[in-house]
Design a protein around this ligand. Structure first.
Ligand code: NAD
Ligand code: DAU
Length: 379
């Protein structure tokens, strides 16, 4: 039985990853290490934790003693490091926390793995490693900076981070690569584009827009809305990590993306249209609306859900203009391709939010409201 340490799995992508892995591999054990920050929610994975195949430990990836204790107790075969401060806007407000978690936390895990996995030295003085172990770092396309109207991020594109968040993720990647070179540590890195799907925290664009529509609020679009992101359904990202972890070459970086570039304004308009369409097909969804005004047919009105809700607000500082991934390497070497077309994925995602408003209410409590007021009141 292979044992995985998965950090940050009470958050968006990590939670989707452990659900995917537990369903796909009946014979694995996963230990989740998560600090349960504002972005972590134990409820998201409560149904997965059975203390046999899936064990939860609340703790900080920066905690050396705890990391050593977990490696000694569970003898991990794999580490998959999702844990991070992940929101660009928050990194602009408080950069230091991003250095702490994203850089020092990653380096602490690398060292704990090194202490646990090294078996000796080879004739050149390099450490030798337990057969088959692997440290996988979950990274981001933001490490490459920002593109103009054309071109793609390749694995060879120079690193050029521009926000405190992306600078911290880049530093973490460089440490992972340094451990690969210096200690011959078996590592891999994936750099993925923007994910969307279930359990996405509503400070990020798509879930924030859905939440605001349901609450009858304005929809804040930064700048002129022409910034481009390359959207990938979260399960496709999980599948890519699974591929790289088990079949990727050690020491390598793999870009992950689905050639699905969209301007932010397109995403917001599509979300508006999709919510209206779903509420037309299934009027019961209208009960999720906070604003319940009746229309001429005696149904809850939805005609106000339109582009007039959009408000262009002050731009994000240093806002990267365009991200676009070239996924040729992972496709040709490992046969990974995205399986969920955006048109299907976005409907699936919005339907999930309409049917899981309890989850949103649980995660977006008082602290979220405070954050929202602070972040958006002076935009
Ligand atoms: P998230 O913010 O939803 O979740 C982060 C999780 O990490 C939370 O559960 C939080 O409690 C936990 N955490 C934070 N600090 C911790 C610490 N010190 N110790 C232990 N746990 C801690 O993030 P996400 O969107 O799921 O992103 C996961 C990873 O994927 C991040 O490394 C991010 O950089 C990367 N990534 C995200 C995207 C995206 O579109 N969301 C795309 C590419 C890469
Ligand atoms: O590209 C991968 C990255 O994608 C990950 O590394 C990050 O962890 C993840 O948060 C995400 O970063 P972005 O900054 O691209 O995601 P966000 O959802 O915050 O914003 C998406 C775009 O929408 C971006 O151009 C900013 C814009 N935006 C965002 C919010 C929250 C708005 O216009 N209005 C908003 O209210």
């Amino acid at each position: 039985m292979k044992t995985y340490l998965v950090t940050g799995a009470a958050g968006f992508i990590g939670a989707n990853f452990i659900k995917y892995m537990l369903a796909k591999y009946p014979e694995i054990k996963i230990v989740v290490l998560d600090l349960l920050t504002y972005a972590g929610n134990l409820g998201t994975i409560a149904g997965d934790i059975d203390n046999e195949r899936c064990i939860f430990v609340k703790g900080d990836i920066c905690d050396r003693e705890l990391a050593d204790e977990l490696f000694a107790k569970y003898k991990f075969d794999y580490v998959v490091n999702f844990a991070a401060e992940s929101h660009v806007d928050r990194s602009i407000e408080n950069p230091q926390l991003f250095l702490q978690t994203n850089i020092l936390g990653t380096q602490n895990l690398l060292d704990a793995a090194r202490r646990a996995w090294v078996t000796g030295k080879d004739e050149n003085g390099y450490p030798t490693w337990i057969e088959g172990v692997r440290f996988h770092q979950v990274s981001t396309d933001e490490v490459y900076g920002s593109l103009g109207e054309t071109g793609y991020f390749h694995e060879t594109t120079p690193l050029d981070p521009r926000s405190p968040y992306s600078a911290s993720k880049t530093s973490a990647d460089l440490f992972v690569q340094a451990y690969s070179e210096t200690y011959k540590m078996p590592v891999t890195i994936t750099r993925c584009s923007n994910n969307y799907g279930p359990y996405h925290f509503p400070e990020k664009l798509i879930p924030l827009i859905i939440k605001n529509i349901l609450e009858g609020k304005q929809l804040p679009v930064y700048g002129d809305g022409t910034n481009v992101r390359d959207w990938l359904y979260v399960e496709d990202h999980c599948k890519a990590i699974d591929c790289v972890l088990h079949r990727g070459r050690t020491g390598e970086v793999y870009n992950v993306g689905g050639h699905n570039e969209k301007q932010n304004i397109e995403i917001v308009k599509l979300t508006i249209q999709t919510i209206r369409q779903l509420m037309t097909e299934q009027p019961a969804y209208r009960l999720m609306l906070k604003k319940q005004v009746m229309d001429a047919n005696g149904e809850i009105a939805i005609d106000w859900i339109n582009d007039d809700l959009i408000i262009f607000v002050k731009d994000r500082l240093g806002h990267d203009q365009r991200y676009a991934i070239d996924p040729t390497k992972i496709s040709t070497e490992l046969g990974w391709t995205p399986e969920t077309p955006f048109e299907k994925g976005i409907v699936k995602t919005i339907r999930w939010y309409l049917e899981n408003q309890d989850w949103v209410a649980e995660i977006a409590g008082g602290d979220y409201m405070k954050y929202y007021e602070q972040m958006y009141s002076n935009r």
